[in-house]
Design a protein around this ligand. Structure first.
Ligand SMILES: NC(=O)C1=CN([C@@H]2O[C@H](COP(=O)(O)OP(=O)(O)OC[C@H]3O[C@@H](n4cnc5c(N)ncnc54)[C@H](OP(=O)(O)O)[C@@H]3O)[C@@H](O)[C@H]2O)C=CC1
Ligand SMILES: O=C1O[C@H](COP(=O)(O)O)[C@@H](O)[C@H](O)[C@H]1O
Length: 534
Protein backbone atom coordinates (compact mmCIF):
# COMPACT_ATOMS: atom_id res chain seq x y z
CA UNK A 1 0.00 0.00 0.00
CA UNK A 2 1.46 3.40 -1.00
CA UNK A 3 1.76 6.07 1.70
CA UNK A 4 0.03 9.39 0.94
CA UNK A 5 1.89 12.72 0.81
CA UNK A 6 0.64 15.42 3.14
CA UNK A 7 -1.38 17.15 0.47
CA UNK A 8 -2.96 13.85 -0.65
CA UNK A 9 -4.39 13.02 2.75
CA UNK A 10 -7.82 11.44 2.61
CA UNK A 11 -9.56 10.79 5.93
CA UNK A 12 -9.64 7.05 6.56
CA UNK A 13 -12.49 5.08 8.04
CA UNK A 14 -12.33 2.01 10.22
CA UNK A 15 -10.99 1.35 13.63
CA UNK A 16 -7.70 2.65 14.90
CA UNK A 17 -5.76 0.96 17.69
CA UNK A 18 -2.98 2.99 19.28
CA UNK A 19 -0.62 0.85 21.31
CA UNK A 20 1.76 2.63 23.67
CA UNK A 21 4.64 0.29 24.50
CA UNK A 22 6.38 1.37 27.70
CA UNK A 23 3.10 2.83 28.99
CA UNK A 24 4.40 2.87 32.57
CA UNK A 25 7.29 5.20 31.70
CA UNK A 26 8.24 8.85 31.78
CA UNK A 27 7.68 9.79 28.13
CA UNK A 28 4.34 7.99 28.01
CA UNK A 29 2.89 9.91 30.96
CA UNK A 30 4.44 13.28 30.14
CA UNK A 31 4.08 13.40 26.37
CA UNK A 32 2.44 10.45 24.58
CA UNK A 33 -0.81 10.11 26.53
CA UNK A 34 -1.29 13.89 26.99
CA UNK A 35 -0.85 14.33 23.21
CA UNK A 36 -3.44 11.61 22.55
CA UNK A 37 -5.74 13.28 25.08
CA UNK A 38 -5.55 16.62 23.24
CA UNK A 39 -6.09 14.95 19.87
CA UNK A 40 -9.15 13.23 21.28
CA UNK A 41 -10.49 16.43 22.85
CA UNK A 42 -10.24 18.16 19.49
CA UNK A 43 -11.90 15.18 17.74
CA UNK A 44 -8.87 14.34 15.59
CA UNK A 45 -9.30 10.88 17.04
CA UNK A 46 -12.81 9.94 18.06
CA UNK A 47 -14.26 7.55 20.62
CA UNK A 48 -16.28 5.63 18.06
CA UNK A 49 -13.27 4.50 16.03
CA UNK A 50 -10.22 4.57 18.30
CA UNK A 51 -8.98 2.48 21.19
CA UNK A 52 -5.76 2.87 23.14
CA UNK A 53 -3.74 0.03 24.64
CA UNK A 54 -0.91 0.52 27.11
CA UNK A 55 1.72 -2.21 27.32
CA UNK A 56 4.64 -2.64 29.74
CA UNK A 57 6.10 -5.13 32.21
CA UNK A 58 4.80 -3.38 35.34
CA UNK A 59 1.80 -5.17 36.75
CA UNK A 60 -1.19 -2.88 36.97
CA UNK A 61 -4.87 -2.78 36.17
CA UNK A 62 -6.62 -0.60 33.58
CA UNK A 63 -7.69 1.69 36.40
CA UNK A 64 -4.18 1.88 37.85
CA UNK A 65 -2.89 3.16 34.50
CA UNK A 66 -5.80 5.58 34.15
CA UNK A 67 -5.18 6.97 37.63
CA UNK A 68 -1.45 7.18 36.97
CA UNK A 69 -2.11 9.28 33.85
CA UNK A 70 -4.95 11.46 35.15
CA UNK A 71 -2.73 14.13 36.71
CA UNK A 72 -0.78 14.61 33.48
CA UNK A 73 -3.87 15.46 31.43
CA UNK A 74 -4.10 19.19 31.85
CA UNK A 75 -6.72 21.48 30.34
CA UNK A 76 -5.78 23.79 27.52
CA UNK A 77 -6.60 27.50 27.56
CA UNK A 78 -10.38 27.81 27.33
CA UNK A 79 -11.15 24.10 27.94
CA UNK A 80 -11.36 24.27 31.72
CA UNK A 81 -15.14 23.89 31.90
CA UNK A 82 -15.35 20.60 30.04
CA UNK A 83 -12.04 19.26 31.28
CA UNK A 84 -13.36 16.70 33.78
CA UNK A 85 -15.71 15.23 31.22
CA UNK A 86 -13.00 15.28 28.51
CA UNK A 87 -10.65 13.36 30.81
CA UNK A 88 -13.28 10.72 31.68
CA UNK A 89 -14.15 10.15 28.03
CA UNK A 90 -10.49 9.81 27.12
CA UNK A 91 -9.52 7.50 29.98
CA UNK A 92 -12.43 5.21 29.12
CA UNK A 93 -10.65 4.45 25.83
CA UNK A 94 -7.59 3.00 27.54
CA UNK A 95 -6.85 -0.61 28.42
CA UNK A 96 -3.65 -2.04 29.78
CA UNK A 97 -1.80 -5.27 29.07
CA UNK A 98 1.21 -6.36 31.08
CA UNK A 99 3.94 -8.53 29.64
CA UNK A 100 7.65 -8.88 28.88
CA UNK A 101 9.29 -7.31 25.82
CA UNK A 102 10.99 -10.45 24.59
CA UNK A 103 8.50 -13.29 25.01
CA UNK A 104 5.32 -14.14 23.20
CA UNK A 105 2.89 -14.38 26.12
CA UNK A 106 2.25 -10.67 26.58
CA UNK A 107 2.10 -9.95 22.86
CA UNK A 108 -0.38 -12.78 22.24
CA UNK A 109 -2.66 -11.35 24.85
CA UNK A 110 -2.16 -7.83 23.44
CA UNK A 111 -3.11 -9.07 19.97
CA UNK A 112 -6.15 -10.84 21.40
CA UNK A 113 -7.37 -7.62 22.97
CA UNK A 114 -6.75 -5.55 19.84
CA UNK A 115 -8.47 -8.15 17.67
CA UNK A 116 -11.47 -8.28 20.00
CA UNK A 117 -11.79 -4.53 19.71
CA UNK A 118 -11.44 -4.68 15.93
CA UNK A 119 -14.07 -7.41 15.71
CA UNK A 120 -16.47 -5.32 17.76
CA UNK A 121 -16.05 -2.53 15.23
CA UNK A 122 -16.12 -4.61 12.08
CA UNK A 123 -19.75 -3.95 11.38
CA UNK A 124 -18.83 -0.31 10.61
CA UNK A 125 -16.85 -1.41 7.56
CA UNK A 126 -13.51 0.18 6.72
CA UNK A 127 -10.10 -1.16 7.61
CA UNK A 128 -8.19 -1.77 10.82
CA UNK A 129 -5.20 0.40 11.60
CA UNK A 130 -2.59 -0.36 14.24
CA UNK A 131 -0.17 2.27 15.46
CA UNK A 132 2.60 1.03 17.76
CA UNK A 133 4.31 3.81 19.72
CA UNK A 134 7.67 2.83 21.25
CA UNK A 135 7.91 4.85 24.47
CA UNK A 136 10.77 2.53 25.39
CA UNK A 137 14.53 2.55 25.77
CA UNK A 138 16.08 1.76 22.35
CA UNK A 139 17.79 -1.32 23.82
CA UNK A 140 14.47 -3.17 23.67
CA UNK A 141 13.44 -2.07 20.16
CA UNK A 142 14.77 -5.22 18.41
CA UNK A 143 12.94 -7.80 20.56
CA UNK A 144 9.77 -5.71 20.60
CA UNK A 145 9.83 -5.38 16.80
CA UNK A 146 10.26 -9.15 16.48
CA UNK A 147 7.36 -9.85 18.82
CA UNK A 148 5.09 -7.37 17.07
CA UNK A 149 5.96 -8.76 13.66
CA UNK A 150 5.31 -12.33 14.82
CA UNK A 151 2.18 -11.84 16.88
CA UNK A 152 0.50 -8.47 16.34
CA UNK A 153 0.41 -7.82 12.60
CA UNK A 154 -2.97 -9.13 11.57
CA UNK A 155 -3.83 -6.96 8.59
CA UNK A 156 -7.25 -6.26 7.22
CA UNK A 157 -7.87 -5.26 3.61
CA UNK A 158 -6.53 -1.72 3.14
CA UNK A 159 -5.40 -1.52 6.76
CA UNK A 160 -1.95 -0.71 8.01
CA UNK A 161 0.48 -1.18 10.87
CA UNK A 162 3.04 1.54 11.68
CA UNK A 163 5.72 1.84 14.32
CA UNK A 164 6.86 5.08 15.90
CA UNK A 165 10.36 4.92 17.37
CA UNK A 166 11.94 7.47 19.68
CA UNK A 167 15.43 8.87 19.68
CA UNK A 168 18.26 8.28 20.50
CA UNK A 169 18.27 5.76 17.70
CA UNK A 170 21.57 4.08 18.47
CA UNK A 171 24.71 5.39 20.17
CA UNK A 172 26.95 5.82 17.17
CA UNK A 173 27.09 4.99 13.48
CA UNK A 174 27.56 1.23 13.90
CA UNK A 175 24.98 0.67 16.59
CA UNK A 176 22.46 2.82 14.75
CA UNK A 177 23.03 0.97 11.49
CA UNK A 178 22.70 -2.37 13.27
CA UNK A 179 19.39 -1.22 14.78
CA UNK A 180 18.17 0.10 11.43
CA UNK A 181 19.06 -3.21 9.81
CA UNK A 182 17.24 -5.25 12.45
CA UNK A 183 14.10 -3.12 12.25
CA UNK A 184 14.38 -2.76 8.46
CA UNK A 185 14.22 -6.54 8.08
CA UNK A 186 10.88 -6.57 9.85
CA UNK A 187 9.19 -3.40 8.61
CA UNK A 188 9.18 -1.34 5.40
CA UNK A 189 10.62 2.16 5.59
CA UNK A 190 7.09 3.46 4.92
CA UNK A 191 5.94 1.85 8.19
CA UNK A 192 8.73 3.29 10.34
CA UNK A 193 8.29 6.74 11.87
CA UNK A 194 11.52 7.91 13.56
CA UNK A 195 10.26 10.73 15.70
CA UNK A 196 12.23 13.86 16.50
CA UNK A 197 9.82 16.05 18.38
CA UNK A 198 11.65 19.25 17.40
CA UNK A 199 10.25 18.71 13.91
CA UNK A 200 6.78 19.08 15.38
CA UNK A 201 7.41 22.48 16.97
CA UNK A 202 5.39 25.31 15.48
CA UNK A 203 8.31 27.51 14.53
CA UNK A 204 10.38 24.65 13.19
CA UNK A 205 7.47 23.79 10.92
CA UNK A 206 7.37 27.44 9.91
CA UNK A 207 10.95 27.40 8.62
CA UNK A 208 10.16 26.17 5.13
CA UNK A 209 7.31 28.63 4.78
CA UNK A 210 9.44 31.54 5.95
CA UNK A 211 12.28 30.66 3.66
CA UNK A 212 10.45 29.65 0.53
CA UNK A 213 7.22 31.67 0.61
CA UNK A 214 8.87 35.07 1.18
CA UNK A 215 10.79 36.96 -1.42
CA UNK A 216 12.63 38.84 1.35
CA UNK A 217 14.79 35.99 2.42
CA UNK A 218 15.65 34.18 -0.78
CA UNK A 219 18.34 36.54 -2.10
CA UNK A 220 19.87 37.10 1.35
CA UNK A 221 20.08 33.51 2.49
CA UNK A 222 23.69 32.71 1.60
CA UNK A 223 27.34 33.28 2.45
CA UNK A 224 27.43 36.66 0.67
CA UNK A 225 25.15 38.11 3.34
CA UNK A 226 25.16 35.82 6.35
CA UNK A 227 28.10 35.81 8.70
CA UNK A 228 27.11 32.96 11.02
CA UNK A 229 24.14 30.96 12.23
CA UNK A 230 23.59 29.87 15.83
CA UNK A 231 21.18 27.14 16.84
CA UNK A 232 20.80 27.12 20.59
CA UNK A 233 19.09 24.89 23.15
CA UNK A 234 19.29 25.68 26.87
CA UNK A 235 17.53 24.21 29.87
CA UNK A 236 17.53 25.74 33.32
CA UNK A 237 17.44 22.35 35.01
CA UNK A 238 19.80 19.39 35.14
CA UNK A 239 19.28 15.72 34.37
CA UNK A 240 16.75 15.34 37.19
CA UNK A 241 15.83 11.69 37.63
CA UNK A 242 17.22 10.76 34.21
CA UNK A 243 20.87 10.65 35.25
CA UNK A 244 21.28 6.97 34.40
CA UNK A 245 19.99 7.42 30.85
CA UNK A 246 21.74 10.73 30.35
CA UNK A 247 25.13 9.60 31.49
CA UNK A 248 25.14 6.89 28.85
CA UNK A 249 24.24 9.34 26.07
CA UNK A 250 25.30 12.90 26.95
CA UNK A 251 24.14 16.17 25.45
CA UNK A 252 25.49 15.56 21.94
CA UNK A 253 23.46 12.36 21.46
CA UNK A 254 20.50 13.77 23.42
CA UNK A 255 20.12 17.10 21.64
CA UNK A 256 22.72 18.02 18.98
CA UNK A 257 22.83 14.87 16.81
CA UNK A 258 19.04 14.95 16.43
CA UNK A 259 17.09 18.07 17.40
CA UNK A 260 19.63 20.76 16.52
CA UNK A 261 20.88 18.98 13.42
CA UNK A 262 17.33 18.62 12.10
CA UNK A 263 16.80 22.35 12.63
CA UNK A 264 20.08 23.06 10.83
CA UNK A 265 18.86 21.04 7.84
CA UNK A 266 15.73 23.13 7.54
CA UNK A 267 17.70 26.37 7.83
CA UNK A 268 20.31 25.34 5.27
CA UNK A 269 18.62 23.08 2.71
CA UNK A 270 17.79 24.07 -0.84
CA UNK A 271 14.20 24.51 -1.98
CA UNK A 272 12.60 21.09 -2.39
CA UNK A 273 10.86 20.16 -5.62
CA UNK A 274 7.56 19.99 -3.73
CA UNK A 275 6.24 19.47 -0.23
CA UNK A 276 6.18 15.72 -0.70
CA UNK A 277 7.99 14.06 2.25
CA UNK A 278 10.57 12.41 -0.02
CA UNK A 279 11.42 15.67 -1.78
CA UNK A 280 11.98 17.44 1.53
CA UNK A 281 14.00 14.62 2.99
CA UNK A 282 16.13 14.37 -0.16
CA UNK A 283 17.18 18.00 0.35
CA UNK A 284 17.91 17.44 4.05
CA UNK A 285 20.15 14.52 3.23
CA UNK A 286 22.10 16.65 0.73
CA UNK A 287 22.85 19.25 3.41
CA UNK A 288 23.99 16.59 5.84
CA UNK A 289 26.22 15.04 3.20
CA UNK A 290 27.86 18.43 2.63
CA UNK A 291 28.88 18.88 6.28
CA UNK A 292 32.65 18.67 6.75
CA UNK A 293 34.25 16.56 9.51
CA UNK A 294 34.11 18.41 12.84
CA UNK A 295 37.34 20.17 13.76
CA UNK A 296 38.37 19.42 17.39
CA UNK A 297 39.47 23.05 17.79
CA UNK A 298 35.90 24.09 17.17
CA UNK A 299 34.38 22.06 20.00
CA UNK A 300 33.87 22.98 23.66
CA UNK A 301 32.25 20.46 25.98
CA UNK A 302 31.29 21.03 29.59
CA UNK A 303 29.73 19.38 32.62
CA UNK A 304 27.85 21.32 35.28
CA UNK A 305 29.21 21.16 38.81
CA UNK A 306 27.16 18.75 40.91
CA UNK A 307 26.19 16.52 37.96
CA UNK A 308 27.99 13.52 39.50
CA UNK A 309 26.14 13.94 42.83
CA UNK A 310 23.36 11.92 41.19
CA UNK A 311 23.76 8.39 42.62
CA UNK A 312 23.18 6.87 39.16
CA UNK A 313 26.16 8.78 37.71
CA UNK A 314 29.75 7.54 38.25
CA UNK A 315 31.94 10.05 40.09
CA UNK A 316 34.52 10.14 37.29
CA UNK A 317 31.97 10.69 34.50
CA UNK A 318 33.19 12.75 31.53
CA UNK A 319 29.71 12.87 29.96
CA UNK A 320 29.07 16.37 28.62
CA UNK A 321 25.95 18.17 29.78
CA UNK A 322 26.97 21.12 27.59
CA UNK A 323 28.46 21.41 24.12
CA UNK A 324 29.17 24.15 21.63
CA UNK A 325 30.54 23.11 18.27
CA UNK A 326 30.85 24.44 14.77
CA UNK A 327 29.54 22.68 11.69
CA UNK A 328 30.66 23.82 8.26
CA UNK A 329 28.67 23.13 5.13
CA UNK A 330 30.77 22.71 2.05
CA UNK A 331 28.46 23.88 -0.72
CA UNK A 332 27.96 26.91 -2.88
CA UNK A 333 25.44 28.59 -0.60
CA UNK A 334 27.17 28.13 2.75
CA UNK A 335 30.93 27.97 2.13
CA UNK A 336 32.63 29.87 4.98
CA UNK A 337 29.54 30.30 7.18
CA UNK A 338 29.95 28.67 10.60
CA UNK A 339 26.85 26.97 11.99
CA UNK A 340 27.33 27.18 15.75
CA UNK A 341 25.35 24.52 17.60
CA UNK A 342 25.04 25.01 21.33
CA UNK A 343 23.14 22.95 23.91
CA UNK A 344 23.30 22.83 27.66
CA UNK A 345 21.55 21.55 30.75
CA UNK A 346 21.47 23.48 34.02
CA UNK A 347 21.94 26.83 32.32
CA UNK A 348 20.80 30.32 33.26
CA UNK A 349 17.52 30.10 31.36
CA UNK A 350 15.36 27.80 29.24
CA UNK A 351 15.40 28.76 25.59
CA UNK A 352 15.67 27.34 22.09
CA UNK A 353 16.33 29.64 19.16
CA UNK A 354 17.90 30.10 15.75
CA UNK A 355 19.97 33.25 15.33
CA UNK A 356 21.02 34.20 11.83
CA UNK A 357 23.60 36.97 11.99
CA UNK A 358 24.23 39.05 8.88
CA UNK A 359 27.53 40.55 7.79
CA UNK A 360 28.45 44.18 8.45
CA UNK A 361 27.09 46.85 6.14
CA UNK A 362 29.85 47.77 3.72
CA UNK A 363 31.15 51.34 3.72
CA UNK A 364 28.94 52.24 6.70
CA UNK A 365 28.34 56.01 6.89
CA UNK A 366 26.67 56.08 10.32
CA UNK A 367 29.66 55.02 12.38
CA UNK A 368 27.88 53.48 15.41
CA UNK A 369 29.79 53.52 18.72
CA UNK A 370 29.93 49.74 18.86
CA UNK A 371 29.70 47.19 16.09
CA UNK A 372 26.09 46.22 15.41
CA UNK A 373 24.69 43.68 12.99
CA UNK A 374 21.34 42.68 11.60
CA UNK A 375 20.03 39.49 13.10
CA UNK A 376 17.07 37.38 12.20
CA UNK A 377 15.95 35.42 15.24
CA UNK A 378 13.46 32.58 15.39
CA UNK A 379 12.59 31.79 18.97
CA UNK A 380 11.28 28.25 19.14
CA UNK A 381 10.48 28.41 22.86
CA UNK A 382 9.39 29.77 25.23
CA UNK A 383 7.22 32.61 23.83
CA UNK A 384 7.43 31.74 20.15
CA UNK A 385 8.57 34.73 18.14
CA UNK A 386 10.24 35.80 14.95
CA UNK A 387 12.07 39.07 15.11
CA UNK A 388 14.57 40.98 13.09
CA UNK A 389 17.14 43.17 14.78
CA UNK A 390 17.86 46.24 12.77
CA UNK A 391 19.38 49.68 13.01
CA UNK A 392 17.00 52.64 12.93
CA UNK A 393 17.19 56.35 13.59
CA UNK A 394 16.65 57.10 17.26
CA UNK A 395 13.41 59.08 17.41
CA UNK A 396 14.17 62.72 18.15
CA UNK A 397 15.95 65.73 16.76
CA UNK A 398 19.41 64.19 16.58
CA UNK A 399 20.55 61.96 13.73
CA UNK A 400 21.56 59.08 15.98
CA UNK A 401 21.21 55.38 15.27
CA UNK A 402 19.89 52.74 17.62
CA UNK A 403 19.06 49.04 17.62
CA UNK A 404 15.42 48.06 17.33
CA UNK A 405 13.37 45.22 15.95
CA UNK A 406 10.57 44.15 13.67
CA UNK A 407 8.74 41.75 15.89
CA UNK A 408 6.24 38.99 15.30
CA UNK A 409 5.49 37.64 18.75
CA UNK A 410 2.99 34.83 18.57
CA UNK A 411 1.39 35.49 21.96
CA UNK A 412 0.46 38.93 20.81
CA UNK A 413 -0.27 38.33 17.14
CA UNK A 414 -2.19 35.05 17.52
CA UNK A 415 -3.94 35.58 20.81
CA UNK A 416 -6.79 33.15 20.25
CA UNK A 417 -4.66 30.37 18.86
CA UNK A 418 -3.57 27.49 21.03
CA UNK A 419 -0.27 26.25 19.64
CA UNK A 420 -0.34 22.45 19.60
CA UNK A 421 2.32 20.42 21.37
CA UNK A 422 4.90 18.92 19.03
CA UNK A 423 3.87 15.38 19.94
CA UNK A 424 0.22 16.05 19.09
CA UNK A 425 1.08 17.13 15.60
CA UNK A 426 3.51 14.29 15.00
CA UNK A 427 1.19 11.57 16.28
CA UNK A 428 -1.50 12.95 14.02
CA UNK A 429 0.96 12.77 11.11
CA UNK A 430 1.63 9.11 11.85
CA UNK A 431 -2.09 8.38 11.80
CA UNK A 432 -2.40 10.23 8.51
CA UNK A 433 0.65 8.52 7.02
CA UNK A 434 2.66 11.69 6.50
CA UNK A 435 6.39 11.09 6.96
CA UNK A 436 7.50 14.63 6.12
CA UNK A 437 8.42 15.44 9.71
CA UNK A 438 10.11 12.15 10.48
CA UNK A 439 13.71 11.10 10.00
CA UNK A 440 14.50 8.81 7.07
CA UNK A 441 17.00 5.98 7.43
CA UNK A 442 19.66 7.55 5.18
CA UNK A 443 19.26 10.89 6.98
CA UNK A 444 19.90 9.20 10.29
CA UNK A 445 22.96 7.45 8.93
CA UNK A 446 24.62 10.68 7.78
CA UNK A 447 23.71 12.37 11.07
CA UNK A 448 25.64 9.66 12.93
CA UNK A 449 28.54 9.85 10.46
CA UNK A 450 28.98 13.51 11.36
CA UNK A 451 29.09 13.01 15.12
CA UNK A 452 30.56 9.55 15.63
CA UNK A 453 34.31 10.44 15.49
CA UNK A 454 33.81 13.21 18.05
CA UNK A 455 31.64 11.03 20.28
CA UNK A 456 34.26 8.30 20.31
CA UNK A 457 36.94 10.81 21.33
CA UNK A 458 34.78 11.97 24.24
CA UNK A 459 33.88 8.39 25.24
CA UNK A 460 37.61 7.55 25.24
CA UNK A 461 38.40 10.59 27.39
CA UNK A 462 40.53 12.10 24.62
CA UNK A 463 38.51 15.27 25.11
CA UNK A 464 37.55 16.45 28.58
CA UNK A 465 34.40 18.23 29.73
CA UNK A 466 35.10 21.63 31.32
CA UNK A 467 33.28 22.35 34.58
CA UNK A 468 30.68 25.14 34.68
CA UNK A 469 28.48 26.56 37.39
CA UNK A 470 24.83 25.48 37.35
CA UNK A 471 22.71 28.45 36.32
CA UNK A 472 25.48 30.00 34.23
CA UNK A 473 26.06 30.45 30.45
CA UNK A 474 28.27 27.35 30.38
CA UNK A 475 32.08 27.41 30.07
CA UNK A 476 33.53 30.78 29.00
CA UNK A 477 35.47 28.95 26.28
CA UNK A 478 32.18 28.43 24.41
CA UNK A 479 31.54 32.17 24.09
CA UNK A 480 35.14 32.65 23.01
CA UNK A 481 34.72 30.00 20.33
CA UNK A 482 31.57 31.67 18.96
CA UNK A 483 33.41 34.99 18.88
CA UNK A 484 36.45 33.43 17.24
CA UNK A 485 34.39 32.06 14.35
CA UNK A 486 32.68 35.39 13.74
CA UNK A 487 29.69 35.89 16.04
CA UNK A 488 29.43 39.51 17.20
CA UNK A 489 27.42 40.15 20.32
CA UNK A 490 25.45 43.40 20.31
CA UNK A 491 26.19 44.95 23.66
CA UNK A 492 23.50 46.91 25.43
CA UNK A 493 20.63 45.51 23.36
CA UNK A 494 17.97 43.29 24.92
CA UNK A 495 14.92 42.08 23.08
CA UNK A 496 11.82 42.74 25.16
CA UNK A 497 8.88 40.57 24.20
CA UNK A 498 5.79 42.72 23.69
CA UNK A 499 3.85 42.47 26.92
CA UNK A 500 0.43 43.69 25.89
CA UNK A 501 -1.75 40.77 26.98
CA UNK A 502 -5.15 40.00 25.55
CA UNK A 503 -6.76 41.29 28.78
CA UNK A 504 -4.88 44.54 28.50
CA UNK A 505 -5.89 44.82 24.83
CA UNK A 506 -9.52 44.14 25.74
CA UNK A 507 -9.51 46.67 28.55
CA UNK A 508 -7.97 49.20 26.18
CA UNK A 509 -10.72 48.56 23.63
CA UNK A 510 -13.39 48.74 26.35
CA UNK A 511 -11.90 51.97 27.64
CA UNK A 512 -11.93 53.41 24.11
CA UNK A 513 -15.55 52.29 23.66
CA UNK A 514 -16.46 53.90 27.00
CA UNK A 515 -14.84 57.16 25.97
CA UNK A 516 -16.72 57.07 22.63
CA UNK A 517 -19.97 56.30 24.43
CA UNK A 518 -19.47 59.09 26.98
CA UNK A 519 -18.57 61.47 24.19
CA UNK A 520 -21.61 60.47 22.09
CA UNK A 521 -23.93 60.72 25.13
CA UNK A 522 -22.68 64.12 26.15
CA UNK A 523 -22.90 65.30 22.52
CA UNK A 524 -26.48 64.04 22.34
CA UNK A 525 -27.44 65.64 25.68
CA UNK A 526 -25.85 68.97 24.73
CA UNK A 527 -27.65 68.93 21.38
CA UNK A 528 -30.92 68.08 23.13
CA UNK A 529 -30.57 70.85 25.74
CA UNK A 530 -29.75 73.40 22.99
CA UNK A 531 -32.88 72.28 21.13
CA UNK A 532 -35.04 72.57 24.30
CA UNK A 533 -33.61 75.98 25.14
CA UNK A 534 -34.50 77.24 21.71
N1 LIG B 1 11.36 11.10 28.92
C1 LIG B 1 11.54 12.08 28.05
O1 LIG B 1 11.36 13.26 28.35
C2 LIG B 1 11.97 11.75 26.66
C3 LIG B 1 12.22 10.45 26.27
N2 LIG B 1 12.56 10.16 24.97
C4 LIG B 1 12.80 8.78 24.54
O2 LIG B 1 11.63 8.02 24.75
C5 LIG B 1 11.95 6.69 25.09
C6 LIG B 1 11.32 6.35 26.44
O3 LIG B 1 11.84 7.23 27.41
P1 LIG B 1 11.37 7.26 28.92
O4 LIG B 1 9.90 7.12 29.01
O5 LIG B 1 12.02 8.42 29.56
O6 LIG B 1 12.04 5.93 29.48
P2 LIG B 1 11.75 5.13 30.79
O7 LIG B 1 13.06 4.85 31.43
O8 LIG B 1 10.68 5.75 31.62
O9 LIG B 1 11.25 3.74 30.17
C7 LIG B 1 9.94 3.53 29.67
C8 LIG B 1 9.46 2.15 30.16
O10 LIG B 1 10.29 1.16 29.58
C9 LIG B 1 10.53 0.12 30.51
N3 LIG B 1 11.98 0.01 30.71
C10 LIG B 1 12.81 0.92 31.26
N4 LIG B 1 14.09 0.47 31.25
C11 LIG B 1 14.06 -0.72 30.68
C12 LIG B 1 15.03 -1.68 30.37
N5 LIG B 1 16.32 -1.48 30.65
N6 LIG B 1 14.65 -2.82 29.77
C13 LIG B 1 13.37 -3.02 29.48
N7 LIG B 1 12.39 -2.15 29.76
C14 LIG B 1 12.72 -1.02 30.34
C15 LIG B 1 9.83 0.51 31.80
O11 LIG B 1 8.56 -0.13 31.81
P3 LIG B 1 8.29 -1.52 32.52
O12 LIG B 1 9.38 -1.78 33.49
O13 LIG B 1 6.95 -1.35 33.15
O14 LIG B 1 8.25 -2.47 31.40
C16 LIG B 1 9.59 2.00 31.65
O15 LIG B 1 8.43 2.41 32.32
C17 LIG B 1 13.47 6.63 25.11
O16 LIG B 1 13.90 6.19 23.86
C18 LIG B 1 13.87 8.08 25.34
O17 LIG B 1 15.14 8.37 24.86
C19 LIG B 1 12.63 11.14 24.02
C20 LIG B 1 12.38 12.45 24.35
C21 LIG B 1 12.08 12.88 25.69
O1 LIG C 1 14.56 15.00 23.61
C1 LIG C 1 14.71 15.64 24.62
O2 LIG C 1 14.14 16.84 24.72
C2 LIG C 1 13.91 17.44 25.97
C3 LIG C 1 13.60 18.91 25.69
O3 LIG C 1 12.44 19.01 24.93
P1 LIG C 1 11.67 20.41 24.85
O4 LIG C 1 10.60 20.16 23.87
O5 LIG C 1 11.17 20.70 26.23
O6 LIG C 1 12.66 21.42 24.42
C4 LIG C 1 15.11 17.31 26.87
O7 LIG C 1 14.79 17.77 28.16
C5 LIG C 1 15.52 15.86 26.95
O8 LIG C 1 16.74 15.76 27.66
C6 LIG C 1 15.73 15.26 25.60
O9 LIG C 1 15.84 13.85 25.71
Amino acid sequence: MGEPASSDYQPETGCLSIIVLGASGDLAKKKTFPALFHLHRQAFIESHDVHIFGYARTKMSDDDLRNHLRGYLTPCKGCEETHKEDVSKFLALINYVSGPYDAEEGFLSLDEKISAYEMSKNNNGGSCRRLFYFALPPSVYPPVCKMLKSFCMKKSEGGWARVVVEKPFGKDLNSSEALSKQIGELFDESQIYRIDHYLGKELVQNLLVLRFANRFFMPLWNHDNISNVQIVFKEDFGTEGRGGYFNEYGIIRDILQNHLLQVLCLVAMEKPVSLKPEHIRDEKVKVLQSILPINDDEVVIGQYEGYTDDPTVPKDSNTPTFATLVLRIHNERWEGVPFILKAGKSMKSRKAEIRVQFKDVSADIFKPKSKVRNEFVIRLQPSEAIYMKLTVKEPGLEMKTTQSELDLSYQQRYQDVVIPEAYERLILDTIRGDQQHFVRRDELKVAWEIFTPLLHKIDNNEMRSLPYKPGSRGPEEADKLAEKVGYVQTHGYVWIPPTLSKREMKSMVTRRRKICFTFATSFFLTALSILILH
